[in-house]
Design a protein. Structure first.
Length: 292
Protein backbone atom coordinates (compact mmCIF):
# COMPACT_ATOMS: atom_id res chain seq x y z
CA UNK A 1 0.00 0.00 0.00
CA UNK A 2 1.33 3.42 -1.01
CA UNK A 3 1.46 5.69 2.08
CA UNK A 4 1.32 8.79 -0.14
CA UNK A 5 -2.01 7.59 -1.55
CA UNK A 6 -3.18 6.69 1.96
CA UNK A 7 -2.41 10.22 3.17
CA UNK A 8 -4.39 11.80 0.30
CA UNK A 9 -7.30 9.42 0.98
CA UNK A 10 -7.17 10.31 4.70
CA UNK A 11 -7.38 14.04 4.01
CA UNK A 12 -10.28 13.65 1.56
CA UNK A 13 -12.17 11.43 4.01
CA UNK A 14 -11.50 13.79 6.92
CA UNK A 15 -12.48 16.96 5.03
CA UNK A 16 -15.31 15.21 3.11
CA UNK A 17 -14.21 17.26 0.11
CA UNK A 18 -11.65 16.87 -2.68
CA UNK A 19 -11.24 20.66 -2.85
CA UNK A 20 -10.61 21.13 0.87
CA UNK A 21 -8.21 18.18 0.92
CA UNK A 22 -6.30 19.67 -2.02
CA UNK A 23 -5.98 22.99 -0.16
CA UNK A 24 -4.68 21.24 2.96
CA UNK A 25 -2.16 19.24 0.90
CA UNK A 26 -1.14 22.24 -1.23
CA UNK A 27 -1.89 20.45 -4.52
CA UNK A 28 -4.61 21.01 -7.11
CA UNK A 29 -7.95 19.21 -7.01
CA UNK A 30 -7.38 17.26 -10.24
CA UNK A 31 -4.19 15.77 -8.77
CA UNK A 32 -6.15 14.62 -5.71
CA UNK A 33 -8.84 13.01 -7.89
CA UNK A 34 -6.21 11.23 -10.03
CA UNK A 35 -4.34 9.90 -6.98
CA UNK A 36 -7.55 8.64 -5.35
CA UNK A 37 -8.52 6.86 -8.60
CA UNK A 38 -5.08 5.21 -8.75
CA UNK A 39 -5.40 4.19 -5.09
CA UNK A 40 -8.82 2.61 -5.71
CA UNK A 41 -7.51 0.79 -8.80
CA UNK A 42 -4.53 -0.56 -6.86
CA UNK A 43 -6.77 -1.77 -4.03
CA UNK A 44 -9.43 -3.09 -6.40
CA UNK A 45 -12.25 -1.45 -4.45
CA UNK A 46 -14.19 1.82 -4.43
CA UNK A 47 -13.43 3.99 -1.40
CA UNK A 48 -15.87 6.84 -2.06
CA UNK A 49 -19.48 6.96 -3.22
CA UNK A 50 -19.61 9.88 -5.64
CA UNK A 51 -23.25 9.42 -6.70
CA UNK A 52 -24.53 12.15 -4.36
CA UNK A 53 -23.63 15.84 -4.04
CA UNK A 54 -21.55 15.14 -0.95
CA UNK A 55 -18.93 12.43 -1.15
CA UNK A 56 -19.45 9.50 1.20
CA UNK A 57 -17.20 6.67 2.26
CA UNK A 58 -18.13 3.20 1.08
CA UNK A 59 -17.98 0.32 3.56
CA UNK A 60 -14.42 -0.42 2.41
CA UNK A 61 -13.55 3.27 2.62
CA UNK A 62 -14.91 3.56 6.15
CA UNK A 63 -12.94 0.48 7.24
CA UNK A 64 -9.73 1.90 5.74
CA UNK A 65 -10.38 5.35 7.25
CA UNK A 66 -10.52 3.95 10.79
CA UNK A 67 -7.15 2.27 10.27
CA UNK A 68 -5.66 5.37 8.62
CA UNK A 69 -6.95 7.55 11.46
CA UNK A 70 -4.98 5.47 13.99
CA UNK A 71 -1.88 5.51 11.77
CA UNK A 72 -1.77 9.27 11.30
CA UNK A 73 -2.61 10.03 14.93
CA UNK A 74 0.29 7.79 15.93
CA UNK A 75 2.50 9.66 13.47
CA UNK A 76 1.53 12.95 15.14
CA UNK A 77 2.27 11.46 18.55
CA UNK A 78 5.67 10.28 17.36
CA UNK A 79 6.45 13.78 16.05
CA UNK A 80 5.47 15.31 19.40
CA UNK A 81 7.63 12.85 21.34
CA UNK A 82 10.64 13.58 19.13
CA UNK A 83 10.04 17.33 19.60
CA UNK A 84 10.18 16.79 23.37
CA UNK A 85 13.45 14.87 23.11
CA UNK A 86 15.02 17.49 20.85
CA UNK A 87 13.93 20.42 23.03
CA UNK A 88 14.74 18.53 26.25
CA UNK A 89 11.21 18.98 27.65
CA UNK A 90 10.83 15.57 29.28
CA UNK A 91 10.31 17.32 32.62
CA UNK A 92 7.17 19.06 31.36
CA UNK A 93 3.79 17.39 31.77
CA UNK A 94 1.02 18.50 29.41
CA UNK A 95 -2.33 18.12 31.17
CA UNK A 96 -5.73 18.19 29.53
CA UNK A 97 -8.81 18.67 31.70
CA UNK A 98 -12.52 19.20 31.19
CA UNK A 99 -14.01 22.46 32.48
CA UNK A 100 -15.75 20.79 35.42
CA UNK A 101 -12.42 19.35 36.66
CA UNK A 102 -9.88 21.84 35.37
CA UNK A 103 -11.42 25.09 36.58
CA UNK A 104 -12.06 24.26 40.27
CA UNK A 105 -9.49 21.53 41.00
CA UNK A 106 -6.46 21.81 38.76
CA UNK A 107 -5.02 25.11 40.07
CA UNK A 108 -4.88 23.72 43.63
CA UNK A 109 -3.44 20.39 42.44
CA UNK A 110 -0.70 22.18 40.49
CA UNK A 111 0.10 24.48 43.44
CA UNK A 112 0.52 21.54 45.83
CA UNK A 113 2.44 19.25 43.47
CA UNK A 114 4.87 22.09 42.70
CA UNK A 115 5.73 22.11 46.41
CA UNK A 116 6.64 18.40 46.24
CA UNK A 117 8.24 18.49 42.78
CA UNK A 118 9.50 22.05 42.20
CA UNK A 119 11.41 21.05 39.05
CA UNK A 120 8.33 19.71 37.27
CA UNK A 121 6.86 21.97 34.58
CA UNK A 122 3.26 21.98 33.39
CA UNK A 123 1.20 23.02 30.41
CA UNK A 124 -2.59 22.98 30.75
CA UNK A 125 -5.35 22.64 28.16
CA UNK A 126 -9.00 23.08 29.23
CA UNK A 127 -11.33 21.64 26.59
CA UNK A 128 -14.38 19.47 26.00
CA UNK A 129 -13.96 15.74 26.66
CA UNK A 130 -13.93 14.48 23.05
CA UNK A 131 -11.41 17.12 21.95
CA UNK A 132 -9.11 16.16 24.83
CA UNK A 133 -9.25 12.45 24.00
CA UNK A 134 -8.26 13.24 20.41
CA UNK A 135 -5.42 15.42 21.71
CA UNK A 136 -4.29 12.54 23.91
CA UNK A 137 -4.21 10.12 20.99
CA UNK A 138 -2.29 12.61 18.86
CA UNK A 139 0.28 13.23 21.60
CA UNK A 140 -0.74 16.84 22.23
CA UNK A 141 -1.46 16.12 25.91
CA UNK A 142 0.07 13.49 28.21
CA UNK A 143 -2.94 12.94 30.47
CA UNK A 144 -6.63 13.88 30.58
CA UNK A 145 -8.58 14.58 33.78
CA UNK A 146 -12.34 14.25 33.34
CA UNK A 147 -15.52 13.23 35.10
CA UNK A 148 -16.59 9.58 35.22
CA UNK A 149 -17.24 8.41 31.68
CA UNK A 150 -17.09 4.97 30.07
CA UNK A 151 -14.50 4.84 27.26
CA UNK A 152 -14.65 1.79 25.01
CA UNK A 153 -11.14 2.04 23.60
CA UNK A 154 -8.41 -0.36 24.70
CA UNK A 155 -5.64 2.06 23.74
CA UNK A 156 -6.55 4.13 26.83
CA UNK A 157 -5.86 3.29 30.45
CA UNK A 158 -8.49 4.66 32.87
CA UNK A 159 -7.45 5.42 36.45
CA UNK A 160 -10.24 6.30 38.96
CA UNK A 161 -9.10 9.16 41.22
CA UNK A 162 -11.73 10.21 43.78
CA UNK A 163 -15.47 10.38 44.55
CA UNK A 164 -17.34 13.37 45.94
CA UNK A 165 -21.02 13.93 46.84
CA UNK A 166 -23.43 16.18 45.03
CA UNK A 167 -24.65 19.14 47.06
CA UNK A 168 -27.40 21.71 46.71
CA UNK A 169 -25.95 25.20 47.16
CA UNK A 170 -27.43 28.66 47.40
CA UNK A 171 -26.22 32.14 48.29
CA UNK A 172 -28.12 31.87 51.58
CA UNK A 173 -29.31 28.90 53.58
CA UNK A 174 -32.90 27.84 52.80
CA UNK A 175 -34.59 26.84 56.04
CA UNK A 176 -38.04 26.23 54.55
CA UNK A 177 -37.48 23.68 51.76
CA UNK A 178 -40.85 24.62 50.23
CA UNK A 179 -39.05 27.74 49.01
CA UNK A 180 -37.13 25.50 46.59
CA UNK A 181 -40.30 25.39 44.47
CA UNK A 182 -40.19 29.18 44.03
CA UNK A 183 -36.45 29.76 43.53
CA UNK A 184 -35.02 28.82 40.09
CA UNK A 185 -32.86 25.72 39.83
CA UNK A 186 -29.86 26.71 37.68
CA UNK A 187 -28.38 23.83 35.68
CA UNK A 188 -26.37 23.10 32.55
CA UNK A 189 -28.04 19.82 31.59
CA UNK A 190 -30.61 17.20 32.56
CA UNK A 191 -28.17 14.42 33.45
CA UNK A 192 -29.49 11.21 34.95
CA UNK A 193 -27.70 11.77 38.25
CA UNK A 194 -29.11 15.31 38.53
CA UNK A 195 -32.61 13.95 38.02
CA UNK A 196 -31.99 11.27 40.68
CA UNK A 197 -30.94 13.96 43.14
CA UNK A 198 -34.05 16.00 42.32
CA UNK A 199 -36.31 12.97 42.84
CA UNK A 200 -34.64 12.40 46.24
CA UNK A 201 -35.17 16.05 47.15
CA UNK A 202 -38.82 16.11 46.03
CA UNK A 203 -39.69 12.93 47.92
CA UNK A 204 -37.87 13.98 51.09
CA UNK A 205 -39.62 17.37 51.35
CA UNK A 206 -42.81 16.61 49.40
CA UNK A 207 -42.14 19.36 46.86
CA UNK A 208 -42.02 19.68 43.06
CA UNK A 209 -39.09 21.37 41.31
CA UNK A 210 -40.40 22.89 38.08
CA UNK A 211 -38.78 26.32 38.09
CA UNK A 212 -35.69 25.67 35.91
CA UNK A 213 -33.05 28.09 34.64
CA UNK A 214 -30.94 26.47 31.87
CA UNK A 215 -27.38 27.68 31.23
CA UNK A 216 -25.50 26.85 28.05
CA UNK A 217 -22.09 27.69 29.43
CA UNK A 218 -19.42 26.76 31.93
CA UNK A 219 -19.69 25.69 35.56
CA UNK A 220 -18.21 29.08 36.49
CA UNK A 221 -21.23 30.79 34.91
CA UNK A 222 -23.59 28.62 36.96
CA UNK A 223 -21.69 29.34 40.19
CA UNK A 224 -21.59 33.09 39.54
CA UNK A 225 -25.35 33.16 38.92
CA UNK A 226 -25.88 31.46 42.30
CA UNK A 227 -23.44 33.82 44.03
CA UNK A 228 -25.44 36.74 42.61
CA UNK A 229 -28.60 35.31 44.17
CA UNK A 230 -30.35 34.34 40.90
CA UNK A 231 -31.11 30.80 42.05
CA UNK A 232 -29.65 27.61 43.50
CA UNK A 233 -27.87 24.70 41.85
CA UNK A 234 -26.77 21.11 42.40
CA UNK A 235 -23.10 20.37 41.70
CA UNK A 236 -20.36 17.97 42.80
CA UNK A 237 -18.65 19.17 45.97
CA UNK A 238 -15.27 19.51 44.26
CA UNK A 239 -16.73 22.21 41.98
CA UNK A 240 -17.66 24.55 44.81
CA UNK A 241 -15.49 23.69 47.83
CA UNK A 242 -13.61 26.99 47.56
CA UNK A 243 -16.77 29.12 47.47
CA UNK A 244 -18.15 27.18 50.45
CA UNK A 245 -14.92 27.70 52.39
CA UNK A 246 -15.01 31.43 51.57
CA UNK A 247 -18.70 31.56 52.64
CA UNK A 248 -19.80 32.80 49.23
CA UNK A 249 -22.14 29.79 48.99
CA UNK A 250 -24.11 27.80 51.57
CA UNK A 251 -24.74 24.04 51.56
CA UNK A 252 -28.50 23.53 51.69
CA UNK A 253 -28.57 19.76 51.08
CA UNK A 254 -25.94 17.03 50.88
CA UNK A 255 -26.78 14.16 48.50
CA UNK A 256 -24.26 11.75 49.97
CA UNK A 257 -26.08 8.77 48.42
CA UNK A 258 -25.22 9.82 44.86
CA UNK A 259 -21.53 10.49 44.40
CA UNK A 260 -19.58 11.40 41.30
CA UNK A 261 -15.95 10.72 40.64
CA UNK A 262 -13.30 11.94 38.31
CA UNK A 263 -10.71 9.93 36.47
CA UNK A 264 -7.36 10.19 34.73
CA UNK A 265 -6.95 8.89 31.19
CA UNK A 266 -3.57 8.07 29.66
CA UNK A 267 -2.44 6.02 26.70
CA UNK A 268 -1.81 2.41 27.71
CA UNK A 269 1.72 2.48 26.28
CA UNK A 270 2.62 5.42 28.58
CA UNK A 271 1.83 3.60 31.83
CA UNK A 272 5.53 3.40 32.81
CA UNK A 273 6.28 7.07 32.20
CA UNK A 274 7.92 8.34 35.41
CA UNK A 275 6.42 11.87 35.33
CA UNK A 276 2.94 10.48 34.68
CA UNK A 277 3.28 7.97 37.53
CA UNK A 278 4.38 10.76 39.91
CA UNK A 279 1.44 12.95 38.90
CA UNK A 280 -1.16 10.17 39.12
CA UNK A 281 0.12 8.98 42.51
CA UNK A 282 -0.06 12.57 43.77
CA UNK A 283 -3.63 13.27 42.63
CA UNK A 284 -4.81 9.96 44.10
CA UNK A 285 -3.66 11.22 47.51
CA UNK A 286 -4.81 14.80 46.94
CA UNK A 287 -7.79 15.78 49.09
CA UNK A 288 -9.71 19.03 49.05
CA UNK A 289 -10.81 20.57 52.32
CA UNK A 290 -14.11 19.08 53.43
CA UNK A 291 -16.42 21.59 55.05
CA UNK A 292 -19.57 19.47 54.89
Amino acid sequence: MDLHHLKIFYYVATEKSFTKAANKLYINQSAVSIQIKKFEDNLGVKLFDRSEKKIKLTYAGDTLFKIADDIFKNVKRAEKEIEKVVSDQKGKLVIGATHIIGEPLLPKIIMEIKESYPGMEFEIHIQERDILLDMLKEGNVDIVLMGDFFINDKSYSIIPIADYPFILINKYNIEDKNDLEKIPLISRDDSLILEKNLVTLERKYNIQIKNRFKVNGSIETVKNLVIEGIGYTILPYYCVYKEIKNKELQVVENFDKFKIGYQAVILRDRMKDIDLIKFIDFIKLFKIEKEL
